[in-house]
Design a protein around this ligand. Structure first.
Ligand code: NAD
Length: 495
């Protein structure tokens, strides 16, 4: 059985110890590979490669850095089905969904090909006599990226194209659950002309993460994962003097007003609740129905659920398995919690018929009505195909539920009333808002990130905030003396 290795200094490198983890094909329920789990020594080697590569990469012309991003874009685009197949094999999501993930990552690569315009500084002439002031944006040095299992291609691409094009060198620590996409991307970056050591992949778990968080050669950390780990990463990284952006978990609500188009709402609830088996940080997990529409809406959602095909992501299915058996069991346990909390289980996804291997980590789409807001089903991030419905009497009641939540990643309102939508976008305390759009993931040139427990740090991913995160500004005050000017003056210049 193969072991997925590190990628350090332009080549795949074995671990310094035999410590490794299992990589599953979730649709088959079997171990298909092992993955190296770095020791501190391996993490130091990856960081050192990035340190050594930094001076030459920083001083490589911006034009050349952009050209490499262009070349990578072309290689990625020409081979995106190959990367999507790797994602499906190790994550379980369907092939079209995996291809969608790669395409969203590709958009950030495209954004990074125009880095020259994002790195422009500013210039003010003659701010005082013979004095000019200008600013320049420079790279930080070595940056660490730590990514989750649910988007093994897209989430790393939220970060590394911008980090690299801005002149930083990178150590990427992907999820140990699906480590192969990162190696594939590292090989393609090399093929695109990226010098050795500029982009490194460190496989592993907490040991690797802790070295990235504490090593003084690492200047910044971009993290995406669950809230408790995001908080830990933010606190540890900043305590070690690093710039940190740590994107955490989510619990996204969809507020449905009585005037909404219920056919559109039902389609959207299905797509956003069960796409990628609910393993998306932007998945909708709670539908808040403003009465009197709940019964009619539930009926429409239920009808659509009966036609969903669950199975092996390589076949013609709507939804794949969950990522591991443990995760599937944890998600399924929320159905028992719902029953204990006297919610109404409208559709129970356990024991569903699937188009796939019996050992796969299956759980069918599940719909739960009348979920008490005191229940863990309502409060916890379940991260699976479990859609809750909460009934409220008014817009205000629904808004309050959303604003009282611990997370603030994404939300959506469904209505035909422009005034209500406008009021919602103003009043809701959530970072990404959809208006009749259930999964409002911003395009690459805007920035991705939420509020509250969904983002620790003050900078979001990609767009101008991504450029800002991976650069620091120098402000230069310069005087080229006119031969006639001179003399001692101990005060600040006045004119
Ligand atoms: P996770 O927190 O378990 O793992 C994320 C990363 O942290 C992985 O690389 C993992 O190896 C590492 N890690 C795990 N335990 C660690 C520990 N104790 N110490 C240090 N590092 C550790 O998350 P996951 O299960 O891979 O991903 C799902 C989570 O990610 C969900 O909560 C989801 O909402 C969140 N997510 C958020 C966004 C966002 O943009 N806000 C996007 C995608 C996923």
């Amino acid at each position: 059985m193969t072991t997925v290795m590190h990628f350090i200094n332009g080549k795949q490198v074995a671990n310094s110890s035999t410590r490794n983890g299992n990589v599953f094909n979730p649709a088959k329920g079997e171990i298909t590979k092992h993955v190296a789990l770095a020791e501190t020594k391996d993490a130091k080697a990856a960081i050192q490669a990035a340190v050594d590569a930094y001076p030459a990469w920083r001083d490589t012309s911006l034009t050349k850095r952009q050209q490499i991003m262009f070349a990578f874009r072309e290689i990625l685009n020409a081979n995106k089905e190959e990367l999507a197949a790797i994602v499906t094999e190790e994550h379980g999501k369907t092939l079209p969904d995996a291809l969608g993930e790669v395409t969203r990552g590709l958009e950030v690569v495209e954004y990074a090909t125009s880095m020259a315009s994002h790195l422009k500084g500013s210039y003010s002439e003659q701010v005082s006599t013979s004095i000019d002031v200008y600013s320049i944006k420079q790279s930080l040095g070595v940056v660490g990226i730590i990514s989750p299992f649910n988007f093994p291609a897209m989430v790393p691409m939220w970060f590394f194209p911008i980090a690299l094009a801005a002149g930083n060198t990178v150590v990427l620590k992907p999820s140990e659950k699906n480590p192969s996409a990162a190696i594939w991307m590292a090989e393609k970056l090399k093929q695109a002309g990226l010098p050795d050591g500029v982009f490194n992949v460190l496989q592993g778990d907490k040991v690797a993460v802790d070295e990235l968080l504490t090593n003084s050669d690492v200047q910044a950390i971009s993290f995406v994962g669950s809230t408790p780990i995001a908080k830990y990463v933010y606190e540890t990284g900043t305590a070690h003097g690093k710039r940190v952006q740590a994107l955490g978990g989510a619990k996204n609500h969809m507020l449905v007003l009585p005037d909404a188009d219920l056919e559109l709402v039902a389609d959207s609830a299905i797509n956003a609740g069960f796409g990628s088996a609910g393993e998306r940080c932007m998945a909708i997990s709670v539908v808040i129905a403003v009465e009197p529409i709940a019964d009619a809406l539930i009926e429409k959602i239920k009808t659509r659920m009966s036609s969903l095909k669950v199975g092996d992501g390589t076949r013609n299915c709507d939804m794949g398995p969950l990522v591991t058996k443990e995760h599937r069991d944890k998600v399924a346990s929320y159905i028992d919690i719902a029953i204990a909390d006297k919610a109404t289980v409208v559709v129970d996804g356990r024991g569903i018929e699937v188009d796939g291997d019996a050992n796969g980590f299956w759980l069918g789409p599940t719909l739960i009505d009348n979920v008490p807001t005191s229940s863990r089903v309502y409060k916890d991030e379940i991260f699976g195909p479990v859609l809750s419905v909460v009934r409220v009497a008014s817009y205000e009641e629904g808004l309050k539920l959303i604003n009282d939540g611990a997370y603030g990643n994404g939300t959506a309102i469904f209505t035909n009333d422009g005034g209500a939508a406008r009021r919602f976008q103003n009043e809701v305390e959530v970072g990404m808002i959809g208006i009749n759009v259930p999964i409002p993931v911003p395009v690459a040139y805007y920035s991705f990130g939420g509020f509250k427990s969904s983002l620790f740090g003050d900078t979001k991913a990609h767009g101008m905030q991504g450029v800002h995160f991976y650069t620091r500004e120098k402000t230069v005050t310069s005087r080229w003396l006119d031969p006639s000017h001179g003399g001692i003056n101990l005060g600040f210049p006045q004119n």
